[in-house]
Design a binder for this molecule. Structure first.
Ligand code: 3HC
Length: 434
């Protein structure tokens, strides 16, 4: 074991260089942290390195004055790319040893626990082991290590260079000291944080985002509106997201969205059970902007320069074919509950408000952090009045939201059922102190 103490986080380790891992590595570099970057094999490492360097080259273009060519070259040379976990072992000098390693591989608990086991064996005993998981339990990852107090969630958002939020997720045994160190490093990464006090699936943002995406998907399959109409109803010129739900799905990757949806459905049951249409569409392997076919990204939309007659992105014809089949054949599975209300801002946003109250009821975080997570993590109403879901509920009327959800619960089923805390606020006439 090296003789020095790891007093400060100077070098950041990143395991997995997909879109999130490469984004985290890139952002860490720009904020002054040298990076040790790991991938499973040479091919994945080369692709990951390509992603990091593409981001650096873009930085050199968009901020040419601050980042001239020699500065970009210097940042490129501040990464040690490796397929060998031994690179995370203590080196002879503190400055070469990562005091924080962030795992950002795909959402598979077995793969992640294997990585945490190896990191635990190889890294300095004071190294903090963080996961960028969006929905898997930090406590399970901590269990395979001999340092559960130093295992924590650091959930970044896509694109990492732009979205300011990191959800810091406390496992059952994560120590206050680890929380403080990670909060400090987030400040040095120029990120804002919320603390997720309970390690429940989906944490804050993906829980609220999950019900919203699910409701959008269900309204689409029910034929209540087209993807364009739903995206426009919720987008920058209307409700106020920078992107509507289907554009966002194609942007973050439908494969990622599908895995999160499955985890949420398994964890929370009926109110988050994804429509079976999603699993069928995912079998096509067309995950959005990152699935490039003949130079064009293919997901729910075809990401091409050409536009339809009404000046919109063309829909993927395979999507249209599956939707036609679902809509024509009522014997196809539409469980657990069949239909919902007409497409409207209320249909997509009231369930988000309900989930925000569920998060509060589950004591996941403070009201301020619940709202902040949505405002900064997915830019909830960023382009309109900048309110989070709880502040929005105060303005909209908690009683009105409760009554609407209760009526939908009667008419369409338990998916819309308001939680006890929402009922309590509605019946007492209180507003939430955010
Ligand atoms: N480094 C630094 N800055 C860069 C850059 C780089 N490599 N590349 C581009 N930029 C800058 C641009 O110069 C521009 O800066 P400016 O606004 O000061 O001029 C800015 O970044 C954005 O430029 P773009 O042209 O790329 O982007 P748009 O203005 O079209 O916005 C968007 C794109 C940021 C993606 C916006 O549409 C958005 O905010 N969408 C919502 C994204 C979102 O909700 N993300 C969260 C998803 S959920 C998630 O991640 C959780 C997971 O678990 C699933």
């Amino acid at each position: 074991m090296a003789e020095f103490e790891l007093s400060d986080i100077i070098t950041v380790g990143v395991v997995g260089l997909g879109s999130m891992g490469s984004g985290i590595a890139y952002h860490s570099l720009t904020q002054g942290f040298p990076v040790i970057a790991n991938e499973a094999d040479d091919k994945a490492l080369a692709s990951g390195k390509g992603r990091v360097e593409k981001l650096l080259d873009k930085l050199g273009q968009v901020k040419a004055q601050d980042y001239p060519g020699d500065r970009i070259a210097e940042l490129k040379s501040s990464v040690q790319y490796t397929t060998d976990f031994a690179a995370f072992a203590p080196q002879t000098d503190e400055f070469d040893t990562a005091a924080l390693v962030i795992e950002a591989v795909y959402e598979n608990l077995a793969v992640k626990t294997d990585i945490f086991r190896k990191l635990d064996q190889l890294t300095h005993p004071d190294t903090i082991l963080a996961s960028n998981t969006s929905s898997l339990p930090i406590t399970e990852l901590a269990k395979v290590t001999g340092r559960p107090d130093k295992v924590i969630g650091m959930h970044f958002f896509n694109p990492v260079y732009r979205m300011k939020l990191v959800e810091i997720v406390m496992g059952e045994q994560t120590s206050q000291e680890t929380l403080e160190k990670v909060r400090d490093v987030c400040t040095r990464l120029d990120k804002e944080t919320v603390v997720v006090k309970r390690d429940l699936p989906g944490f804050l943002v993906n829980r609220m985002l999950g019900v919203y995406m699910n409701e959008a998907m269900r309204a689409l399959v029910e034929g209540k509106a087209s993807p364009h109409e739903i995206d426009e109803m919720l987008g920058p010129k209307s409700f106020g997201f920078p992107m509507g739900p289907f554009t966002l799905g194609d942007y973050v990757g439908l494969d990622v969205a599908g895995i999160v949806a499955r985890i949420l459905g398994d964890s929370y049951g009926e109110r988050m059970e994804p429509h079976p249409f999603l699993a069928e569409f995912l079998q096509l392997g067309q995950f959005g902007e990152k699935t490039v076919v003949n130079g064009e990204g293919v997901g729910l939309y075809i990401h091409t320069k050409s536009r339809t007659a009404d000046n919109r992105l063309p829909l993927n014809p395979e999507l249209v074919a599956i939707l036609d089949r679902y809509r024509a054949n009522s014997t196809l599975p539409t469980a657990p509950t069949s239909e919902g209300p007409d497409a409207s801002v209320e249909r997509f946003i009231y369930p988000v408000v309900n989930e925000a109250f569920w998060c509060l009821q589950d004591e996941m975080a403070s009201p301020g952090d619940i709202d902040k997570s949505m405002k900064i993590g997915i830019a909830f109403r960023l382009l309109s009045d900048r309110k989070g879901p709880l502040e929005y509920a105060n303005g909209e009327g908690i009683r009105k939201i409760y009554d609407t959800l209760s009526a939908w619960e009667q008419q369409f089923g338990p998916r819309y059922g308001p939680c006890d805390l929402l009922k309590e606020y509605a019946t007492s006439g209180k507003t939430v102190q955010v």
